[in-house]
Design a protein around this ligand. Structure first.
Ligand code: DP6
Length: 320
């Protein structure tokens, strides 16, 4: 028996940052993300000969096996054990996984890998018990493994309020995505740790209201096709999150001079042309850009510029 599943990554524009303790990753605020179907994780499940669940890198053409830390491995295996328990799956399995993007490029693979593992386990459940799993249940269960993965079951837009995410129509179904890779190094503070640390920041007060206010404004702006306003809201949002990191006790920072150069260059384009990409940063130094389909010329020019200094991963030109 061999079970295979794939799931995409996603990039949040209104961020999940802060969770309610002891609730299996329930967020302190609603978040919204855009699906990244060009960045996927594949998971294979097969019987384990060692008698216990184990993880191994997947060897698959076009995929790059991740190097998982001991902590990362046990987070993944614990999620699998919980799902098996919940869904009445018995036996020991070998979990193999890999991403179709370099694992050392600092792009979040937590969302795609937990979503792919949840999907694969649901297929195993069907094989063993005949029970099907609804997309709502997939999203809700995946959330308990890693919060942001619950948004990876919907595209292009995903809205996550509480238990699990849902699809939402905000237009712009074919945005172009590019990630300017600033650092490939292992992060000193993981996003899971960041969720805890931000609550110590004096600026965490009012964070939920600020995020919800921006969420409402962003949904309105996208639905009305107000791209500039959408850019401004997303910019304020990622800066708000990074300021929480930088004012936590103890403080930490993912922003570097190089990420600042990239975000400044994007702002410069906006000032100069009155148009540009939506810009955002996750819990890391890399800068994510989203372009409308009719901005492809601008997108190509900007990528050519950034790739003189950095690796750029894009949905329409691959890895550069
Ligand atoms: C900054 O989903 O990685 O990317 O639930 O602890 O696994 P855990 O955290 P994770 O947090 C992602 C945070 C973020 C913003 C976002 O994706 O919304």
């Amino acid at each position: 028996m061999l079970i295979k599943a794939q799931a995409p990554s996603n990039i949040a524009l209104i961020k999940y940052m802060g969770k309610i303790e002891g609730t299996g990753n329930r967020p302190t605020n609603t978040s919204i993300s855009y699906s990244l179907p060009h960045l996927v994780t594949e998971v294979c499940l097969s019987p384990s000969s060692s008698g216990v669940d184990e993880w191994a890198p997947l060897q698959n053409q076009g995929f790059v096996a991740p190097t998982l830390s001991e902590k990362g491995k046990s987070k993944f295996l614990n999620h699998f054990a919980r799902l098996k328990d919940q869904w009445g799956v018995v036996g020991a399995f070998r979990i193999e996984s890999a991403n179709n993007f370099p694992s050392d490029c600092g792009l979040a693979s937590s969302a795609s890998s937990f979503a792919a593992l949840t999907k694969a386990t649901a297929l195993l459940r069907y094989e063993m018990t005949g029970e099907e799993t609804s997309v709502h249940e997939l999203s809700m269960e995946s959330r308990k493994g890693s919060g942001s993965s619950c948004r990876s079951f919907f595209e292009p837009w995903s809205l996550w309020e509480n238990e699990g995410a849902e699809a939402v129509d905000l237009g712009y179904p074919n945005l172009l995505h590019a990630a300017v890779v600033i650092s490939a190094g292992v992060k000193e503070v993981s996003s899971s740790q960041a969720h805890v640390r931000v609550t110590s920041s004096p600026q965490f007060e009012g964070r939920t209201e600020r995020a919800h206010q921006r969420l409402r404004s962003l949904m309105g702006a996208l639905q009305e096709g107000d791209w500039r306003r959408s850019f401004e809201i997303c910019r304020d949002e990622f800066i708000d999150m990074h300021e929480l990191f930088e004012t936590s006790i103890p403080s930490f920072s993912y922003r570097t001079n190089e990420s600042k150069d990239v975000t400044d260059a994007c702002q410069h384009i906006w000032n100069f042309k009155g148009d540009g990409p939506i810009v955002t940063m996750d819990a890391g130094p890399n800068v994510h850009l989203l372009f409308r389909e009719n901005q492809r010329d601008l997108a190509d020019k900007m990528i050519d510029h950034f790739k003189k200094k950095h690796m750029v991963i894009s949905s329409w030109r691959g890895f550069r």
